[in-house]
Design a protein. Structure first.
Length: 228
Protein backbone atom coordinates (compact mmCIF):
# COMPACT_ATOMS: atom_id res chain seq x y z
CA UNK A 1 0.00 0.00 0.00
CA UNK A 2 1.04 3.66 -0.40
CA UNK A 3 2.45 4.67 3.00
CA UNK A 4 3.19 8.34 2.33
CA UNK A 5 0.28 9.13 0.01
CA UNK A 6 -2.73 10.55 1.95
CA UNK A 7 -5.30 8.59 -0.09
CA UNK A 8 -7.81 8.49 2.78
CA UNK A 9 -8.72 12.14 2.25
CA UNK A 10 -10.19 11.17 -1.14
CA UNK A 11 -12.86 8.66 -2.15
CA UNK A 12 -11.14 5.29 -1.96
CA UNK A 13 -11.55 1.55 -1.64
CA UNK A 14 -9.41 -1.58 -2.04
CA UNK A 15 -10.58 -4.03 -4.70
CA UNK A 16 -11.21 -7.70 -3.88
CA UNK A 17 -7.80 -8.31 -5.52
CA UNK A 18 -6.09 -5.84 -3.15
CA UNK A 19 -5.67 -2.92 -5.60
CA UNK A 20 -6.08 0.63 -4.27
CA UNK A 21 -8.57 2.81 -6.16
CA UNK A 22 -8.79 6.56 -5.45
CA UNK A 23 -11.16 9.27 -6.72
CA UNK A 24 -11.86 12.92 -5.96
CA UNK A 25 -14.72 14.03 -3.70
CA UNK A 26 -14.99 17.35 -5.55
CA UNK A 27 -13.81 19.14 -8.69
CA UNK A 28 -10.86 20.51 -6.70
CA UNK A 29 -9.87 17.05 -5.46
CA UNK A 30 -10.23 15.59 -8.98
CA UNK A 31 -7.85 18.28 -10.26
CA UNK A 32 -5.35 17.66 -7.46
CA UNK A 33 -5.47 13.87 -7.68
CA UNK A 34 -5.05 13.62 -11.45
CA UNK A 35 -2.09 16.01 -11.41
CA UNK A 36 -0.42 14.13 -8.52
CA UNK A 37 -0.78 10.80 -10.34
CA UNK A 38 0.34 12.24 -13.68
CA UNK A 39 3.62 13.26 -12.03
CA UNK A 40 3.98 10.02 -10.06
CA UNK A 41 3.95 11.97 -6.77
CA UNK A 42 1.65 9.39 -5.14
CA UNK A 43 4.49 6.85 -5.09
CA UNK A 44 6.51 6.32 -1.92
CA UNK A 45 10.03 7.77 -2.08
CA UNK A 46 11.65 4.35 -2.36
CA UNK A 47 9.35 3.57 -5.31
CA UNK A 48 9.97 6.81 -7.23
CA UNK A 49 11.28 6.42 -10.76
CA UNK A 50 12.73 8.76 -13.34
CA UNK A 51 10.36 10.86 -15.45
CA UNK A 52 11.15 8.66 -18.44
CA UNK A 53 10.35 5.45 -16.52
CA UNK A 54 7.16 6.96 -15.08
CA UNK A 55 5.99 8.00 -18.56
CA UNK A 56 6.14 4.32 -19.53
CA UNK A 57 4.56 3.13 -16.26
CA UNK A 58 1.57 5.47 -16.41
CA UNK A 59 0.61 4.08 -19.81
CA UNK A 60 -0.94 1.22 -17.81
CA UNK A 61 -2.82 3.30 -15.20
CA UNK A 62 -6.58 3.12 -15.84
CA UNK A 63 -8.97 5.98 -15.09
CA UNK A 64 -12.79 5.99 -15.05
CA UNK A 65 -15.46 8.71 -15.10
CA UNK A 66 -19.18 8.79 -15.85
CA UNK A 67 -20.34 9.96 -19.29
CA UNK A 68 -21.99 12.92 -17.54
CA UNK A 69 -20.40 15.53 -15.23
CA UNK A 70 -20.47 15.05 -11.46
CA UNK A 71 -18.25 12.03 -10.92
CA UNK A 72 -14.89 11.20 -9.38
CA UNK A 73 -11.98 10.50 -11.70
CA UNK A 74 -11.33 7.04 -10.26
CA UNK A 75 -7.74 5.86 -10.74
CA UNK A 76 -6.59 2.28 -10.20
CA UNK A 77 -3.15 2.69 -8.62
CA UNK A 78 -1.70 -0.47 -10.12
CA UNK A 79 -0.13 -1.31 -13.47
CA UNK A 80 -1.79 -4.72 -13.84
CA UNK A 81 -5.48 -4.58 -12.92
CA UNK A 82 -7.58 -7.54 -14.00
CA UNK A 83 -11.19 -7.63 -15.25
CA UNK A 84 -12.58 -7.90 -11.73
CA UNK A 85 -10.69 -4.75 -10.70
CA UNK A 86 -12.13 -2.93 -13.71
CA UNK A 87 -15.70 -4.05 -13.00
CA UNK A 88 -15.48 -3.05 -9.34
CA UNK A 89 -13.94 0.34 -10.12
CA UNK A 90 -16.70 1.06 -12.66
CA UNK A 91 -19.42 0.34 -10.07
CA UNK A 92 -17.56 2.45 -7.48
CA UNK A 93 -17.32 5.37 -9.94
CA UNK A 94 -21.02 5.13 -10.82
CA UNK A 95 -22.13 4.84 -7.20
CA UNK A 96 -20.14 7.86 -6.00
CA UNK A 97 -21.31 10.04 -8.87
CA UNK A 98 -24.25 12.44 -9.19
CA UNK A 99 -26.25 9.50 -10.57
CA UNK A 100 -26.83 8.20 -7.00
CA UNK A 101 -28.76 11.26 -5.85
CA UNK A 102 -30.59 11.26 -9.19
CA UNK A 103 -31.86 7.76 -8.23
CA UNK A 104 -30.48 6.09 -11.34
CA UNK A 105 -30.26 2.30 -11.42
CA UNK A 106 -27.34 2.11 -13.86
CA UNK A 107 -25.01 4.44 -15.70
CA UNK A 108 -22.38 4.44 -18.47
CA UNK A 109 -18.75 4.72 -17.38
CA UNK A 110 -15.92 5.91 -19.65
CA UNK A 111 -12.70 3.89 -19.28
CA UNK A 112 -9.38 5.27 -20.51
CA UNK A 113 -5.69 5.57 -19.62
CA UNK A 114 -4.09 8.23 -17.43
CA UNK A 115 -1.71 9.08 -20.26
CA UNK A 116 -4.70 9.99 -22.51
CA UNK A 117 -5.73 12.85 -20.19
CA UNK A 118 -4.74 16.45 -20.88
CA UNK A 119 -5.43 19.91 -19.48
CA UNK A 120 -5.77 23.04 -21.61
CA UNK A 121 -5.78 26.65 -20.51
CA UNK A 122 -9.34 27.80 -19.83
CA UNK A 123 -10.64 24.38 -18.76
CA UNK A 124 -12.59 24.51 -15.48
CA UNK A 125 -11.12 23.08 -12.28
CA UNK A 126 -11.60 19.32 -12.25
CA UNK A 127 -12.14 19.17 -16.02
CA UNK A 128 -9.78 17.27 -18.32
CA UNK A 129 -9.83 16.24 -21.95
CA UNK A 130 -9.28 12.67 -23.12
CA UNK A 131 -7.38 11.92 -26.33
CA UNK A 132 -8.21 8.92 -28.48
CA UNK A 133 -10.44 5.95 -27.91
CA UNK A 134 -12.21 5.16 -24.66
CA UNK A 135 -14.19 2.10 -23.64
CA UNK A 136 -17.68 2.33 -22.16
CA UNK A 137 -19.08 0.08 -19.41
CA UNK A 138 -22.72 0.09 -18.28
CA UNK A 139 -22.92 -0.77 -14.60
CA UNK A 140 -25.47 -0.81 -11.75
CA UNK A 141 -25.35 1.43 -8.70
CA UNK A 142 -25.03 -0.82 -5.66
CA UNK A 143 -22.63 -1.18 -2.75
CA UNK A 144 -21.83 -3.44 0.23
CA UNK A 145 -20.08 -2.73 3.53
CA UNK A 146 -16.62 -3.85 4.59
CA UNK A 147 -13.89 -2.63 6.92
CA UNK A 148 -10.75 -1.74 4.95
CA UNK A 149 -7.61 -0.41 6.66
CA UNK A 150 -9.77 -0.55 9.81
CA UNK A 151 -12.26 1.96 8.35
CA UNK A 152 -15.81 1.19 7.22
CA UNK A 153 -16.15 1.49 3.43
CA UNK A 154 -19.05 1.06 1.03
CA UNK A 155 -17.47 -1.27 -1.53
CA UNK A 156 -18.58 -2.42 -5.01
CA UNK A 157 -18.25 -6.17 -4.52
CA UNK A 158 -20.23 -8.79 -2.65
CA UNK A 159 -19.57 -9.16 1.07
CA UNK A 160 -21.05 -12.00 3.08
CA UNK A 161 -23.76 -10.89 5.54
CA UNK A 162 -23.70 -7.31 4.28
CA UNK A 163 -26.87 -5.54 3.16
CA UNK A 164 -26.84 -4.29 -0.43
CA UNK A 165 -27.43 -0.54 -0.64
CA UNK A 166 -28.96 1.24 -3.64
CA UNK A 167 -30.32 4.75 -4.33
CA UNK A 168 -33.64 5.21 -2.53
CA UNK A 169 -35.71 7.40 -0.20
CA UNK A 170 -34.05 7.08 3.23
CA UNK A 171 -32.19 10.36 4.03
CA UNK A 172 -28.42 9.98 4.30
CA UNK A 173 -28.10 11.02 7.97
CA UNK A 174 -30.93 8.72 9.10
CA UNK A 175 -29.45 5.83 7.12
CA UNK A 176 -25.94 6.58 8.46
CA UNK A 177 -27.29 6.30 12.02
CA UNK A 178 -28.55 2.79 11.24
CA UNK A 179 -25.21 1.84 9.66
CA UNK A 180 -23.30 3.32 12.61
CA UNK A 181 -25.32 1.15 15.01
CA UNK A 182 -25.09 -2.03 12.93
CA UNK A 183 -21.32 -1.89 12.32
CA UNK A 184 -20.39 -0.26 15.66
CA UNK A 185 -18.65 2.76 14.13
CA UNK A 186 -18.98 6.50 14.72
CA UNK A 187 -21.67 8.46 12.88
CA UNK A 188 -18.96 10.44 11.03
CA UNK A 189 -17.32 7.22 9.83
CA UNK A 190 -20.66 5.89 8.59
CA UNK A 191 -21.46 9.17 6.79
CA UNK A 192 -18.01 9.28 5.17
CA UNK A 193 -18.44 5.76 3.81
CA UNK A 194 -21.59 6.66 1.86
CA UNK A 195 -22.32 8.36 -1.48
CA UNK A 196 -24.23 11.65 -1.59
CA UNK A 197 -27.99 11.16 -1.77
CA UNK A 198 -30.68 8.95 -0.25
CA UNK A 199 -30.73 5.19 0.29
CA UNK A 200 -32.55 1.92 0.27
CA UNK A 201 -31.22 -1.53 1.14
CA UNK A 202 -32.08 -5.19 0.93
CA UNK A 203 -30.68 -8.48 2.20
CA UNK A 204 -29.50 -10.90 -0.52
CA UNK A 205 -31.93 -13.80 -1.08
CA UNK A 206 -29.16 -16.36 -0.51
CA UNK A 207 -28.49 -14.96 2.97
CA UNK A 208 -32.18 -15.21 3.84
CA UNK A 209 -32.31 -18.82 2.66
CA UNK A 210 -29.18 -19.74 4.65
CA UNK A 211 -30.59 -18.06 7.77
CA UNK A 212 -33.87 -19.98 7.37
CA UNK A 213 -31.96 -23.25 6.89
CA UNK A 214 -29.93 -22.61 10.07
CA UNK A 215 -33.13 -21.99 12.08
CA UNK A 216 -34.71 -25.17 10.72
CA UNK A 217 -31.56 -27.21 11.48
CA UNK A 218 -31.47 -25.81 15.02
CA UNK A 219 -35.11 -26.78 15.57
CA UNK A 220 -34.45 -30.34 14.34
CA UNK A 221 -31.42 -30.62 16.64
CA UNK A 222 -33.46 -29.42 19.61
CA UNK A 223 -36.13 -32.03 18.86
CA UNK A 224 -33.51 -34.81 18.77
CA UNK A 225 -32.07 -33.68 22.09
CA UNK A 226 -35.53 -33.70 23.72
CA UNK A 227 -36.20 -37.26 22.50
CA UNK A 228 -32.92 -38.49 23.96
Amino acid sequence: MFKNFPYKKYRWFITSNDKLVVGGKSAEQNEELVKICMKGEHLDLNSRVSLEEWTIKKEKYIVMHTNAPGSPFSIILDENPNQKDLDETAIFTASFSRAWRELKKEVNIDVFLLEQMYKEKGMKVGTFGVLGKRDVKKVPLKLYFKKQSNILRAVPFEIKNSPIIIPGKIPKEKFAMQISEKFKVSLDEAINSLPTGNFDFFIPVESKIKTKEKIQTKKKTNRRIKKV
